[in-house]
Ligand binder design. Structure first.
Ligand code: MN3
Length: 203
């Protein structure tokens, strides 16, 4: 079985003006596709090709050493981007509601305090990586990871994530990573984040 590129649930220009159409198209059809191609190549002919991607990312240590790094990078790339596309969308309301909103206020003090912590994680990730809101040991936590590493590999359950690789923002924002991150909030699909939070609680 080969892993396939998931379809976006919105048009490439749907996140304008915050994320531009060219960036979205190249990011999805070139970058994500390249992770997939390399993942499929690494897993070709192995039993792991039939594992769900979550199982692979959770159990990288079980993979043969010869393919582990390739799967960590490219499987992570596939998994992280699949979540990322689904947690964005047009017409975002800018703020969470419901259980996730309550818990964010409880843990971080306020939504604004959470945003600041999340942005700091993104801005201080040296080089390429991701900023995350995750559930770890039943608790909400902000973390960052380098490269395509996923918190899922260390027992965290991803709820919300921002791609901090330059390919996610360079065409429009160049070196202005903080501006990208500030605008990215407008694209968050909080209904999806809420759904993921509730399902993580039951996990
Ligand atoms: Mn990316």
């Amino acid at each position: 079985m080969k892993f396939l590129l998931p379809e976006l649930k919105y048009a490439y220009n749907a996140l304008e003006p915050y994320i531009d159409e060219d960036t979205m198209r190249i990011h999805h059809t070139k970058h994500h596709q390249a992770y997939l191609d390399n993942l499929n190549k690494a897993l070709d002919g192995t039993l792991y090709a039939d594992w769900p991607i979550e199982r692979i990312i959770k159990n990288l240590g079980e993979l043969p050493e010869g393919i582990r790094a390739a799967v960590r990078n490219n499987g992570g790339g596939h998994y992280n981007h699949s979540l990322f596309w689904d947690t964005m969308g047009p017409g975002g309301r800018g703020k969470p509601e419901g259980k996730l909103a309550q818990k964010i206020n409880e843990v971080f003090g306020s939504f604004e305090a959470f945003q600041e912590q999340f942005e700091t994680a993104g801005k201080t990730q040296f080089g390429s990586g991701w900023a995350w809101l995750i559930l770890r040991d039943g608790k909400l936590s902000v973390e960052k990871t380098p490269n395509q590493d996923s918190p899922l590999s260390s027992g965290g359950i991803p709820i919300l994530m921002a791609d901090m690789w330059e390919h996610a923002y360079y065409l429009k924002y160049q070196n202005r990573r903080p501006d990208y991150l500030k605008n990215w909030w407008h694209t968050v699909n909080w209904d999806e984040a809420e759904k993921r939070y509730l399902s993580a609680l039951n996990n």
